[in-house]
Design a protein around this ligand. Structure first.
Ligand SMILES: C[S@@+](CC[C@H](N)C(=O)[O-])C[C@H]1O[C@@H](n2cnc3c(N)ncnc32)[C@H](O)[C@@H]1O
Length: 682
């Protein structure tokens, strides 16, 4: 029976598909057909599949437009995808006609001239899709369109449907290439995931075609995706979805009054955002929450993004052997593309491109430069070691900063180079030899005991072991491997090391008495908290680092309240300074006496009462050089009788005359001793 013929005996059971179809014309264009939205409407599984495909096509088209606009894909490639669309559509059309005919043949319910499956509400969406596609094709192709249609004549004996299927399969392999490529870019990533799904969707069609037209090799039909491929596909789709939600939630949080859902609190949004950021950037909840506490939203995203990107390769000229200009010239003649690193350094170079490995050039092997992140220059510049001085590098391996210290000291005086890790010390020895450093002594101690071994240093550098939260781009394992206890452990060790560093330094050293503390962590517990602890426990004060850039350290941070002079410390971030996250503090030691616990308490109280004085002191820009700083501090420095630091010796309790103390302090002291007495009794 033909599709237009009617059975005169047929009983009409209700409105035919045509009338139902007319009702649907009133639907909005972007109406999405799901059983949920229209529970009574019975939708065939085929219609659902087609609706899904339409969605995929739309997404692919959108991604394609984005990727093309951002020049992430070439015109030829864009064209090939669009052609795949066209071919796939043609196959689909022919397939539908065939299916209609089959249905017609099988069905005896043919009161209307349309098969049931045809009223699948596609038309409006199809029009929209066709419009988008035409627009995209127009935009994409422009004048450069290369017409490669050559389907007038088929190969020997090939039916048109076979030919088209083959073409689709060819295009599919092009799509697969795109899908399998690596990408960091969002639009390209979108395009890939959509292309992948689209490709998969048409793979099934290709299999179907092959079942009918069996003269296409079986291996070309459908390749079952591997577990890895499926995983990759799911990850890509999932990531795109999460990324979009992050953007949406950030948009709401940035204009909360207007954009919020009144039913939801800010906390609800923040919780969703935190989870999504953890998933998208692969952090554990602990670390991400820490970063969320530290940065405002937009800065947080910038920080997380910066952690996904490698820092520029930078090198430091070894002025013991060459000049920066000569080194640059030598490397340029080897085809290296480089530039001076920044205005703040006269020895740094940034390397953009190199045809030879930058760690294996003759200049490198001859020790003309050190490959060193820009952030590693900073603490040594703050330390400002002078020729002829006695300097200690407490945690030195592999010796990047030590070699810089040596060159600033013009290979004179002494550098004591220590590290607890013997294996890492081998790298120090290698670097010293290569760089021609001859003023160093290498030791292998736990630096916490260093004051009992040696003292009397003019300057001490403590580049402390840390959680590495500033160098995530170098070591992404930090994202998931650190928890609260790691940070606490680091902080504890750092506090012990900083006291040892201060105790190894001689407050009376000529032009010296400086300690630089630094970490490649951005955690407050490892930075400001450690510095604040040292301020309480020893006779040191913070001075300016002499660095022109970096952001001030925290004086107030959540539950913490630090000494106001903490603003003299400097923080460096990957997203604002394009260098690893870093923290630097410079102390001036003004007495070799180690305060007793009573003194510490007293010191704490005095500090609280003289807060404002310290703050104005800290803000004084004239403290930018060592000499200036020392002059300033010497005015405040109490008279010393003990010129020679003997760190092993325990300092005696320093009893000051009660009469000179402010009444407030003595009152507090009384209270403390009262409390002690009460404790003893109880
Ligand atoms: C951040 S790295 C130092 C990097 C080095 N300053 C440089 O620029 O090449 C920290 C170093 O501290 C060392 N370290 C850890 N605990 C130590 C301790 N208790 N005493 C001495 N060194 C220690 C580690 O072995 C590690 O080499």
């Amino acid at each position: 029976m033909g599709r237009n013929q009617r059975d005169p005996d047929r009983v009409v059971r209700g409105p035919g598909p045509k009338s139902r179809r007319q009702k649907d014309l009133a639907m909005p264009k972007n109406y999405d057909i799901t059983e949920e939205q229209e529970p009574n409407k019975k939708i065939s599984s085929r219609a659902k599949v087609r609706a899904k495909k339409r969605d995929l096509k739309k997404q692919l088209l959108t991604s394609l437009v984005e990727a093309k606009a951002e020049k992430k894909v070439g015109l030829t490639f864009a064209n090939s995808i669009l052609e795949t669309f066209e071919e796939a559509d043609k196959i689909e059309e022919e397939d539908e006609i065939k299916e209609e005919e089959t249905l017609q043949l099988l069905s005896d319910d043919d009161s209307d001239d349309m098969p049931d499956d045809e009223f699948d509400l596609d038309d409006d969406d199809d029009h929209v899709e066709a419009e988008i596609r035409d627009r995209v094709i127009g935009e994409m192709r422009g004048e450069d369109h290369e017409d490669d249609s050559s389907d007038d004549e088929g190969e020997d004996g090939e039916l048109p449907i076979e030919r088209k299927t083959k073409q689709v399969l060819q295009k599919r392999s092009q799509l697969s290439k795109l899908v399998s490529g690596d990408c960091n870019d969002n639009s390209a990533q979108n395009l890939r995931s959509h292309a992948y799904l689209f490709d998969k969707s048409y793979s099934h069609r290709a299999v179907k075609e092959n079942n009918i037209q069996t003269n296409i090799a079986e291996t070309e039909t459908f390749v079952l995706p591997s577990g890895q491929e499926i995983e990759k596909e799911n990850t890509l789709l999932f990531k795109n979805h999460i990324h979009q939600r992050i953007k949406d939630v950030v948009a709401v949080l940035s204009d909360f009054g207007n954009k919020r859902d009144p039913e939801r609190t800010r906390k609800d949004y923040v919780n969703v955002l935190r989870k999504d950021l953890c998933t998208y950037y692969s952090y554990n909840d602990f670390l991400l929450s820490k970063f969320m506490d530290m940065f405002p939203l937009t800065e947080l995203i910038a920080f997380l993004e910066a952690n996904e990107v490698n820092r520029p390769i930078t090198i430091r000229t070894n002025t013991l052997k060459t000049k920066r200009r000569d080194l640059a010239q030598a490397l340029i003649s080897r085809g290296v593309n480089l530039d001076p690193l920044a205005k703040w350094t006269k020895v740094g170079l940034v390397v953009y491109e190199s045809p030879v490995p930058i760690g294996a050039t003759p200049e490198y092997l001859a020790g003309h430069y050190m490959i060193q992140g820009a952030s590693s220059f900073v603490p040594v510049m703050a330390l400002a070691p002078q020729p002829g001085e006695r300097v200690l590098d407490m945690c030195a391996a592999p010796g990047g900063k030590t070699t810089y210290i040596a060159q600033l000291m013009k290979n004179s005086g002494f550098i004591f180079v220590n590290d607890i890790n013997k294996a890492r010390l081998k790298a120090v020895v290698g670097n010293m030899h290569r760089m021609g450093v001859s003023n160093s002594v290498i030791s292998n101690y736990d630096a916490r005991s260093f004051p009992t071994i040696m003292g009397n240093f003019s300057r001490v550098l403590l580049d402390a072991p840390c959680s590495g939260t500033g160098v995530i781009s170098k070591d992404p394992s930090v994202k998931t491997s650190k928890d609260d206890s790691d940070i606490t452990k680091c902080s504890h060790l750092q506090k012990e090391l900083i006291l040892a560093a201060i105790d190894s330094c001689n407050a009376q050293a000529q032009n010296g008495g400086y300690i630089v503390y630094c970490t490649c962590s951005v955690m407050v517990e490892e930075n400001e908290e450690v510095v604040n602890y040292a301020l309480k426990k020893r006779n040191v004060k913070l001075v300016q680092t002499g660095l022109e850039f970096g952001v001030e350290g925290f004086c107030k941070y959540r539950q913490y309240r630090f000494h106001p002079s903490l603003k003299q410390t400097r923080r460096f971030y990957p997203h604002s300074h394009n260098m690893d996250g870093f923290f630097v503090a410079k102390f001036k030691k003004f007495s070799n006496k180690i305060p007793s616990s009573d003194d510490v308490k007293e010191k704490q109280e005095v500090k609280e009462t003289v807060t404002d004085e310290s703050a104005s002191d800290a803000a004084d820009p004239s403290t930018s050089t060592d000499q200036d700083t020392e002059d300033k501090t010497s005015k405040k420095r109490p008279k010393e009788s003990d010129d020679n630091p003997t760190p092993v010796k325990k300092a005696k309790t320093n009893k000051k005359k009660q009469g000179k103390k402010k009444s407030k302090i003595s009152e507090t002291k009384k209270e403390i001793s009262e409390e002690k007495r009460r404790e003893k009794k109880s």
